[in-house]
Design a protein around this ligand. Sequence first.
Ligand code: GDP
Ligand code: GDP
Length: 473
Amino acid sequence: MTFTLAIVGRPNVGKSTLFNRLAGKRLAIVDDTPGVTRDRRMAEGRIADLEFRLIDTAGLEEGDPGSLSDRMRKQTEAAIEEADVAILLYDARVGLTTMDEHFAKLLRRSKTPIILAANKCEGKFIQQGIYEAYALGMGDPIALSAEHGEGLGDLYQALVETLQEIGIDPHAEEEIDEEAERRAREANTGPEEGDLNYEFEDPEDEDEEVKPLRLAIVGRPNAGKSTLINELIGEDRMITGPEAGLTRDSIGVDWEWDGLPVRIYDTAGLRKQARISEKLEKLSVADTMRAIQFAEVVVLLLDAELGVEKQDLKIAERVVEEGRALLIVLNKWDAVENRLEVQRAFEDALTRSLPQIKGVKTVTLSALTGKGLQRLMPAVEEVYEIWNARVPTAAFNRWLHEKLEKHPAPSVNGRRIKMRYGAQIKTRPPTFAIFCNLPDDVPDSYVRYLENELRRDFDLPGVPLRFIMKGSA
Ligand code: GDP
Ligand code: GDP
């Protein structure tokens, strides 16, 4: 069991039924009568090859239907605090209730990732209940039938994706021995090309409450990555980690900035430090990609003495494609003379080549002298917050209608595209669904128009924004 999954939601949506289904054993009483008190239960759960610890919050009485009872709130909070991932279940036959909205609100405040699932979806698919759910701003709901065991494949998929996002390897336990052995072996021989495909995590670390901000520092060779990381976290720490070889073999290093836990992934610096004689002169694409995938925020370090090159743009493009938050750092600022001009030239070149990151923030500093370094982490935090930003549904729809009025969607083959409404369905990066009559025919140029307007109107620079067109009758 490598992670903990909580099932939460109002009474009678089918939490116990789902719990029993995933636990594979009927451990709990299922009762139609709301208000039957049961204890919060735990079990070993499983879907296919995913094994986990399961927490269920069934058995809560429905008190005042307009609000959450104290007990319900406390139970739910305790469960999600313990969990790595939570499923918020609602009843698609009934549709969203005020109570569901209260739960959603409670969960949105927590750091635990939430998978929204619509239960009782067997047989005739309950469209309305699914559409409504977008208003919760928690992403695409998964259609389930706990009773009939339907939709578990989608749930599996969502779990795997979510775990990946938060950096948990669901199969870690099986690999721990292998991994330890590999680490020991590599400490002697150095990692092989293409190795280090995962992060080694001490199983005890899994209960960590505050999840660190995952930061990657990438850039071409000689941009100054090692120098920057040394300056940030201190050389001593890197060379003499708690155990020899720690910083070398793992690809992340834990650090704290002003009380904020940060895990830094770097492409060359950490390992290069340990194997300085083997300094690679070519950019390791695989390392860069890996660091980007692990990261939430990617710092692209550029040598301000040189211009923007194709390789830099390629990396930036990958960051956008992977949906990570991007921050550009112009390093070696100490060596630059006509600073205003240089900064503008970099910004122009970036915007021209990558309109998707319009307004991306650039920070100038010198890793060597430390000058300007204090600007780095606040900028990282800022772009991280934008990446996590949530545009309220009402505001989004007001905005959408304004845009549609000002600049209507074009006609395609004589048919008018009608966009009805939309909602932010995901953060990290901000992702919006828009329901319209001809979802496949909306021209890219129009989507880009909406994207640019949204970025400007809601002040969301430096992060990719995603738009998904969905069909509606
Ligand atoms: P809980 O209070 O959230 O734990 O809900 P229960 O698991 O006790 O389920 C409440 C009721 O919904 C029971 O009558 C279940 O049989 C029923 N139920 C649960 N899952 C499904 C489902 O997938 N489809 C249908 N039609 N009913 C379900
Ligand atoms: P990496 O390959 O990206 O890890 O780059 P390094 O950290 O090894 O730095 C490459 C070279 O650039 C080294 O000679 C550094 O001393 C130099 N360097 C790094 N940062 C700065 C800086 O801020 N200013 C100047 N002038 N040189 C720097």
